[in-house]
Design a protein around this ligand. Sequence first.
Ligand code: FAD
Ligand code: AMP
Length: 476
Amino acid sequence: MADAFDVIVIGGGPAGYPTAIRAAQNGLSVACIDEWKNHDGAAAFGGTCLNAGCIPSKALLESTELYHRLREEFAVHGIRASGVELDLPAMQSRRAGIVKKMTDGIAALFKAGGVTPLQGHGKLLPGKRVEFTAHDGSRRELTAKHVVLASGSAPIELKAAPFDGRRIIDSWEALELGSVPKRLGIIGAGVIGLELGSVWRRLGSEVIVLEALADFLATVDRQLAREALRQLTRQGLDIRLGAKVTGAKATDGAVEVSYTDLKGEQSVTVDTLIVAVGRRPYTRDLLAPGTGVKLDERGFIEVDDHCRTGAEGVWAVGDCVRGPMLAHKGKEEGIMVADLIAGRFGEVNYRAIPSVIYTAPEIATVGATEEQVKASGRAYKVGLFPFLASGRARAMEATQGFVKLIAAQDDDEILGVHIIGPLAGELIAEAVLALEYSASSEDLQRTMHAHPTLSEAVHEAALAADKRSIDSINKR
Ligand code: FAD
Ligand code: AMP
């Protein structure tokens, strides 16, 4: 096998594998090195997203939502179900099967696209050389005209509650639990904490979420965050804000978690504790001395707007560089880099990155929050449309939430769209496109939307920005 490539990608997650595929599409010779091994020891492409993140979490969210709805919500449709039972091993094996199909799919895409897959560890040496150590321990030196670093991220460990893999666990272990904890503690009310909390709550756990910040979902539009807190609390998630965890002691049967809040020292005892306090860039043994690649003070690989590291021919994309830790952000960065390497146009619009929380209802946002627009000093208008007024949402028995659209007062440009409601993660795509094309609210107002669909709520929110909603009372 040749040891010289046009492009070597280190990392085969949702940032690395699209980089490799696009580079190959651009006629370049490409290798993708990935060291991921699953809990059963099997090597797999796809990184955190496919093996331990986006995909397994969505598989479980789907299954548990069906279970919950069958038990709690079908009666209203006139469907009576009795004898409903949870088969957790079957649910978990479905999740594992989906992961396997998706990760095998990447290997198939590499084969079809002419990408050389290399499973093992990659380390960048000076002069765009890469040391590759295969899982069997054999070592080779490769060279490339361009190296793309896509080494991803890892869960942050709390000193106060170190992982023990049994009772104090990370998000990956939390997706693979073999039994439903009676009392589940979660540190961190971020995206991951809330999604995992929803999964296990729906299966019957008593869930206590401890969040250090006083504000719920602090980066999200306040109106949306308030509604989300109301809905999630109604589902039985015990979300304690302003609760900073200071210690966790695991005994044989339980974990005693201590935290401080406004009232002082508190403690709570749970069976299992998930630590979901965010992720850190992962660059272990990635860079030999003298490569010229720099890390910032938080450990991210330093890059410019086009993901150049500053070392000639070395690029970095995805969770290991600045910006939101989201699979689609890494994918777009990878595609941009692969196109720039091939001498084509490449750009990422960092102002139009959608973000979705897959709770029920889903929470999806793109662009500026009302608070951000207000702080910018720009005059703005807001259109709000409640799903209560949507025929389709009523037919679905999914009337919680709303679409909120913020547009500039002067030129009507859409500045942000924030949705909490059914399939918000799908609905947000239209808003992303609108921001991408610098659309005005009038552009959306004049775009026909099929009836009856949830997407009409986005249309109506645009109309409401000018107090011209047809299907709801125009007030905020
Ligand atoms: P990773 O996916 O972490 O992949 C990096 C890969 O590089 C890994 O396979 C790693 O083993 C490999 N690697 C690292 N160093 C080396 C080396 N030196 N040599 C060889 N290989 C190496 N994001 C979303 O957008 N939507 C979601 O719904 C979502 N849900 C999530 C749910 C959970 C529970 C978690 C934990 C995360 C979720 N995320 C979600 C975040 C998403 O998973 C990450 O943003 C995404 O995986 C980052 O992609 P990446 O390619 O940069 O890194
Ligand atoms: P995210 O970064 O979206 O994954 O969210 C992680 C959440 O964990 C943030 O909201 C943090 O405020 C929260 N967090 C971090 N450290 C602690 C701690 N010691 N106790 C409670 N919450 C924490």
